[in-house]
Design a protein around this ligand. Structure first.
Ligand code: NAP
Length: 453
């Protein structure tokens, strides 16, 4: 480990104990940036990275609400306003029982680099709550969202901080949050993205993260003169990102074999076709059911329940060409990475944020496969949120084709940035270095321009 990485990690661990995901995210970036610090002493002198690991602002608040049984419930709400050097804070809200300060700091930290890579003027932020929307009625979700916004509205705004969705926060939740914000502020503005199409949302925003991850994969394959046509793909998750990842893979002629949720996964040897994907979308978005029901509907598919006693995830242990982890952080560990490589997988495009452990990433980099880190591969979601903000400011809507073309171009440019930067810093083909360094430079230079703030 270089002296710089050692020093930074000591600092971060001492100041932020018990936040292992945040340490992990900073560590990955620090390794890449040690290459930059050697060439650019000004970044060390200005203590840019030391400043970037300290959120500009952390807001933490009580969210009381009353459930359908008339019982009082108390959750915790957060917003991490990480970095606003290149634009208003921008990043999703996550509602999941695992949410805590460390997880949101890791997500907010990564968001800063990701947003910079999109080339749009967006700073980085992230927020959410340990509230679990699973199993709650629509009325309960609404009451929770209203209570959450009763505090959050003071801290956000179209030119200050613009939240969006993430795990557990989809169109329904954004609707309730937006309604309450509008009521409190008496303003109809683009304060949230992922809005409904009738009230300021952008076409392609729901699809954007999944589509973008597949566009990024296509760009990586193109460097080897290949396409997705006929490729066997493993996809995890069955939420927003997973669904539109499958849709785009199918459009480009690939074959999808798996999907999952937190209870288990399905393997469909015949492939998940359009009709089966429609079933999944209805199951997950309307009926809010479990992926197990896929195997009850389509008898050829095999359902395997999650086994917490296993030290690997069997979803990643099937013969395939490409993998699209699209569920959550650390879903691919070292053993999973070995299984993927053993089964012939040579492309990973991360729809999820930080789905691979550092051990898994090292194995992929050593094997020199096409490994697209989330900061780059899943940036299409926030990029299209940026396009939603632009349309809101103009009070105008672009067509589906216009937004999709812009998304495709942004993904192409992010890919090119990663390739060029990795090459410039002497590590050709290393998309991790490309994304980390490519995202860093713009933010770092803006911070220097703006003085010590
Ligand atoms: P989502 O619609 O809520 O879906 C999440 C999926 O992942 C569900 O199938 C969920 O299963 C599964 N999952 C969540 N936590 C899990 C866990 N601890 N173990 C196993 N499975 C788990 O969320 P999403 O928007 O698709 O987000 C998925 C990933 O993409 C996250 O890492 C998110 O940060 C990242 N991402 C999202 C966007 C976006 O625009 N939405 C943009 C960039 C990155 P259950 O239903 O059983 O929980």
């Amino acid at each position: 480990m270089s002296e710089f990485v050692n020093y930074l990690m000591n600092l971060v661990k001492t100041k932020n104990p018990n936040e292992p995901e945040f340490h992990q995210a900073v560590y990955e970036v620090a390794i890449s940036l040690s290459l930059v610090m050697e060439r650019h002493p000004e970044y060390r002198k200005e203590k840019i990275l030391e400043r970037m690991v300290e959120p500009e602002r952390v807001i933490m608040f009580r969210v009381p609400w009353v459930d359908d049984q008339d019982e009082v419930q108390i959750n915790r709400g957060f917003r991490i306003e990480m970095n606003s050097a290149i634009g208003p804070y921008k990043g999703g809200l996550r509602f999941h029982p695992s949410v805590n300060l460390g997880i949101l700091k890791f997500l907010a930290f990564e968001q800063v680099f990701k947003n910079s890579l999109t080339s749009l003027p967006m700073g980085g932020g992230k927020g959410g709550s340990d509230f679990d929307p699973k199993g709650k009625s629509d009325a309960e979700v609404m009451r929770f969202c209203q209570s959450f916004m009763n505090e959050l509205y003071r801290h956000i705004g179209p030119n200050t901080d613009v939240p969006a969705g993430d795990i557990g926060v989809g169109g329904r939740e954004i609707g309730y949050l937006f309604g309450q914000y509008k009521r409190l502020k008496n303003e109809f503005t683009g304060v949230l993205t992922g809005k409904g199409l009738n009230w300021g949302g952008s076409l392609i925003r729901p699809e954007a993260t999944g589509y973008g991850s597949v566009y990024f994969a296509s760009e990586m394959l193109a460097t080897r003169g290949e396409t997705l046509e006929g490729k066997k793909c493993l996809v995890s998750g069955s939420g927003n990102v997973a669904q539109y990842t499958v849709e785009k893979i199918l459009e480009l002629g690939g074959k999808v074999l798996t999907l999952s949720d937190s209870n288990g996964y399905i393997y469909d040897e015949e492939g998940i076709d359009r009709e089966k994907l429609n079933f999944v979308m209805d199951l997950k978005n309307n009926r809010r059911g479990r992926i197990k029901e896929y195997a009850e509907e389509f008898k050829n598919a095999v359902y395997t329940p999650a086994d917490p006693g296993l030290d690997y995830n069997p979803l990643w242990n099937h013969k395939a060409d490409c993998a699209f982890p699209s569920a959550t952080q650390n879903e691919i560990n070292g053993k999973d990475a070995q299984n993927l490589l053993k089964n012939g997988v040579y492309l990973i495009s991360e729809g999820a944020n930080m789905p691979c452990t550092p051990e898994a990433i090292d194995l992929f980099l050593d094997a020199k496969i096409l490994y697209g880190p989330g900061k780059a591969a899943n940036a299409g979601g926030v990029a299209t949120s940026g396009l939603e903000m632009a349309q809101n400011s103009m009070r105008y809507s672009w067509t589906r084709e216009e937004v999709d073309n812009r998304l495709r171009l942004i993904m192409k440019n992010i890919h090119k940035t990663c390739v060029d930067v990795a090459e410039k810093y002497g590590t050709p083909g290393n998309y991790v270095n490309g994304a980390n360094i490519g995202g860093f430079i713009k933010v770092a230079d803006a911070m220097i321009d703006q003085g010590i703030v």
